[in-house]
Ligand binder design. Structure first.
Ligand code: BDR
Ligand code: CA
Length: 313
């Protein structure tokens, strides 16, 4: 059984990933922590509370960071063109949501949950890495207490999606991402190298919605906006970025990983780039020396992951 804190910015593909975790028999959701990104923190927290209520998720929602850790960086404008004006594909949401957030900020929730159950709690983070960076900076002891951290973010051998080198979750807070990548916890990074190859077609999701009931029909409705956005890049379908990170947690055999320390560029024209120094490669002294070796995903059984997602939803 995987006890999971889901750190997220819902977000259309985030919503699918949340339903995957909620439905997977080997996962127990212990908390949902929100972060700015696909919407403002008010929007992503409202969306998480809405999904919690609509799907009967018992785990609490804790509201997280509203902006990057470096005050010199702006939080940027949410990508309305990707996730819609409310970050859930413009699906009409109720004015009032009864569910209330946990009183703790997200990074305190993370610290408390990991300390309360050492060795058993995993974190799957699919938005800006700000909450995780705040948590590890305040409580370095959680590095050895967390079971593992799985991130959706980065682009290692492929172009980024917000610059030629940067992926959105990293670019939204590169300083935080570098803290998270270089912390001494067990970390796996699932980036655009494989998520852009894990594409669910409109007809596949429509079929799942027919078989899967109201919750999957909701996912299908909110995803129409996402499909329209992706029609600029893909012949048919949408990349299920965040669900890939959740699939790794329960089925790592579907992923090929490369080990080596990972750094994030945090200035200049390559701002937001993720670079891994593969273990075993020798270079003159450099910024990767002394940093912990982590896993970056370099290949995926995309069909296997899509089947797992479909069966689980
Ligand atoms: C990531 O950015 C967001 O748009 C998605 O939710 C995903 O987490 C992909 O770059
Ligand atoms: Ca996301």
């Amino acid at each position: 059984m995987h006890k999971v804190i889901f750190d997220t910015d819902p977000g259309i593909d985030d919503a699918m990933a949340l339903l995957f975790l909620h439905h997977h028999p080997d996962v127990e959701l212990v908390g949902i922590t929100t972060v700015f990104g696909n919407g403002t923190i008010e929007e992503t927290t409202r969306n998480a509370l809405y999904l919690k209520e609509a799907w009967g998720i018992a785990a609490p929602v804790a509201r997280g960071a509203a902006a990057p850790i470096d005050p010199a960086r702006t939080r940027g404008t949410p990508p309305r063109i990707v996730h819609g004006d409310n970050a859930l594909g413009n699906f009409p949401l109720p004015d009032r949501i009864a569910a209330q957030p946990d009183p703790r900020p997200a990074h305190h929730f993370i610290i408390d949950a990991v300390r309360a159950d050492p060795g058993n709690v995993s974190i799957v983070a699919v938005g800006r890495m700000t909450n995780l960076a705040l948590a590890i900076a305040e409580a370095p002891d959680i590095a050895s207490k967390v079971r593992q951290v799985v991130l959706m973010g980065g682009a290692f051998a492929v172009p980024g999606n917000v610059s030629p080198v940067a992926e959105a979750n990293i670019m939204g807070d590169p300083e935080a991402a570098d803290i998270v990548m270089t912390a001494p916890w067990k970390l796996a990074v699932i980036g655009l190298d494989v998520t852009m190859r894990t594409v669910m077609t409109r007809s596949h999701l429509a079929e799942l919605a027919r078989r899967g009931g109201e919750r999957v029909q909701f996912l299908s409705s909110i995803s129409q906006h996402y499909f329209d956005f992706y029609s600029r890049f893909l012949e048919d379908g949408m990349a299920v970025h965040d669900s890939c990170a959740c699939a790794y947690l329960v089925a790592p055999g579907l992923f090929t990983m490369r080990s080596g320390p990972i750094r994030v560029v945090a200035s200049g024209i390559a701002d937001g780039q993720t670079i891994q120094k593969p273990d075993g490669r020798r270079f003159p002294p450099n910024a990767w020396d002394g940093k912990p070796s982590q896993l970056a995903c370099i290949d995926i059984d995309a069909e296997g992951v899509l089947d797992l997602i479909g069966d689980t939803l």
